[in-house]
Write a protein that binds this ligand. Sequence first.
Ligand code: 13P
Length: 259
Amino acid sequence: MRQKLIIANWKMNGSTVLLERLLPPLVRTSVKPVQVVVCPPMAYLAQAGALLAGSRIMLGAQNASEHNSGAYTGETSVTMVKELGCKYVLVGHSERRHHYGETDDLVADKFASIYKAGLVPVLCIGETEAERDANKTREVVLRQVDAILEKLGPCALFNAVVAYEPRWAIGTGNTATPEQAQSVHQMVREHISEADPIVARHMPILYGGSVNADNIADLLAMPDIDGGLVGGASLESEEFIDTCRAARLLRNSMEESLP
Ligand code: 13P
């Protein structure tokens, strides 16, 4: 069984005060066996790492450079985020693709740096509303996955996570229905399975886009939805803890129903 994973993406939100308010209650709450990862802005990674020290909650970065060091003003390398304690790095988030022109090719290069550093890349994929309306969801998401498969091969996905985040669901309150998300997750898993069935079977595929404590259980009840990438709802302590708890309860009830 794949481990349930809930990743908080704070985007460009937060402050030293907010970290001190949000993280200690999360550390005190046991949501075992769900793996929780928090991705604060780069500026707060060190503070977040200190607040999470000794807990089961892992630290992630929202982005990292494809270069390891050098004259790249304003960039942060995977070695740097690793040194600060990150285990996960988001790559190809739709906001990076959209606002900063990150291409599939650049996303694959960043993915390679993360993977070579021994960190877990969280590859974000997803279509716009116009692409969905034009029946291009399959074409878009598989192209985003193929950019990695073709450049790095399926083994690069072995220790990776995919996050399906339809652009029309991000920050809008319009969550994809569990059936809509499941159909894309299944399609992605089947596609990866053609390249490597073992990788496909083990790889967590998360859903992101207006996930909250009220809708996570229905999403996670789907066979190919292994967790959530949570934006807005991760910035409220109680809401995020409730979201993680809902995921934990679901997993426990599934485990209990196992023979
Ligand atoms: P929201 O949960 O705010 O819709 O954001 C989703 C997201 O982009 C997480 O990476």
